[in-house]
Ligand binder design. Structure first.
Ligand code: FAD
Length: 313
């Protein structure tokens, strides 16, 4: 991002993330968005549509992280239904031998209602995953949930749930300290730049500062953690991680790259062809709109791709 485009991109990002709350736009998008191009980023609304994409991506050599779309659940019954859905998904993976784990958002499991409820629900999903030898990633959401998410992660690990990992966001000032504090758990961490709008009091605002913090965290994690998922589409960061791993003799088994379904597919294929494992985060489900808005906000060009489809209708 150049100095000239940075403020424009920043304004666009804020406007788009703000638009996620607009009801009329939301209704319009749920009615037409899939046909306008949401399918590039979302595997579909049903489990069958999703499984067809997982089969295809596994056949190409990618592993998968399944994200059932939805967040901010406000009803206990809805959160229980999400747990059932994850059980169903994990059973489908085991039945077909698909190479996919699951990623979940704690607010989808009731964190906004009650931390104990989210913990019980996350435990239920993790136990089901463990019965199949599978793994659960707890995504990181807005900063209001960082403490609760890390507390819950630690509680699960203390209770012996070793098939659970979580995420740290490089844009938060606190994350390097969180990384150091979590090291004792020998965690499987996914490192990301961070996708939400956070204030300057707690988060780096410029791309340069976020990238620098991200590179530092990747280096620390590669040296100190048993396994690190480097989740980015930034080829400079990816090359830096590869060079660092080579220099320090970090075995390939100790890290993987992760990218979002539909984002930089050529880079995904190229890394795989060079022998580096790549896991695709593939989301599906009826509640796809907030996810799509975050993807559009990351890259204005995606918005133009969308508006172009609207124009051609
Ligand atoms: C597997 C995975 C899991 C994630 N989990 C979380 C999470 O739990 N919590 C969280 O806050 N964030 C999460 N994120 C999102 C992450 O924080 C970033 O918002 C997102 O990955 C964009 O940042 P980047 O690292 O790709 O770098 P950027 O600097 O944003 O992008 C680098 C380059 O990648 C390309 N690119 C990036 N995004 C897009 C896009 N949407 N469309 C097209 N091209 C694009 C562009 O060419 C860009 O120049 C996750 C990301 C991935 C890949």
């Amino acid at each position: 991002m150049t100095l000239l485009t940075a403020p424009i991109d920043g304004m666009m990002r804020s406007a788009l993330l703000g638009a996620a709350d607009n009801r009329a736009l939301r209704r319009f998008m749920y009615r037409h968005g899939m046909n306008l191009g949401a399918r590039r980023f979302v595997a579909g609304e049903t489990l069958d549509e999703f499984l067809a994409v997982v089969r295809k991506m596994n056949a190409r050599g990618f592993t998968v992280a399944c994200g059932l779309l939805g967040e901010g659940v406000e009803d206990r019954g809805d959160a229980a239904a999400v747990v059932d859905e994850y059980r169903h998904i994990l059973t489908a993976f085991a039945a077909e031998g698909l190479r996919s784990n699951v990623a979940l958002k704690l607010t989808h499991l009731g964190l906004a209602i009650d931390a104990d409820l989210a913990r019980a629900n996350a435990t239920a999903v993790a136990e089901h995953a463990r019965s199949y030898g599978n793994f659960v990633r707890i995504d990181m959401e807005q900063s209001a949930y960082t403490d609760a998410t890390l507390d819950l992660y630690r509680a699960l690990r203390k209770s012996g749930m070793d098939n659970v990992g979580t995420v740290l966001q490089a844009y938060l000032h606190r994350s390097e300290a969180d990384l150091a504090a979590l090291a004792a758990f020998e965690p499987n961490l996914r490192l990301v730049k961070g996708a939400y709008l956070e204030p300057s009091s707690i988060a780096y605002q410029t791309r340069e500062n976020v990238d620098r913090a991200y590179a530092r965290m990747i280096e620390t994690a590669l040296l100190r953690l048993p396994f690190t998922a480097i989740a980015t589409h930034d080829h400079r960061i990816i090359e830096h991680a590869l060079a660092f791993a080579k220099l320090h003799g970090v075995a390939q088994e100790r890290f993987e790259f992760q990218m979002l379904y539909g984002v930089r597919p050529k880079l995904q294929a190229e890394l795989l062809a060079r022998g580096h494992p790549v896991r695709l985060a593939i989301p599906f489900g009826s509640q796809w709109y907030p996810y799509l808005v975050r993807r559009l906000a990351e890259r204005p060009a995606n918005l133009f791709f969308f508006l172009g489809a609207l124009w051609r209708k």
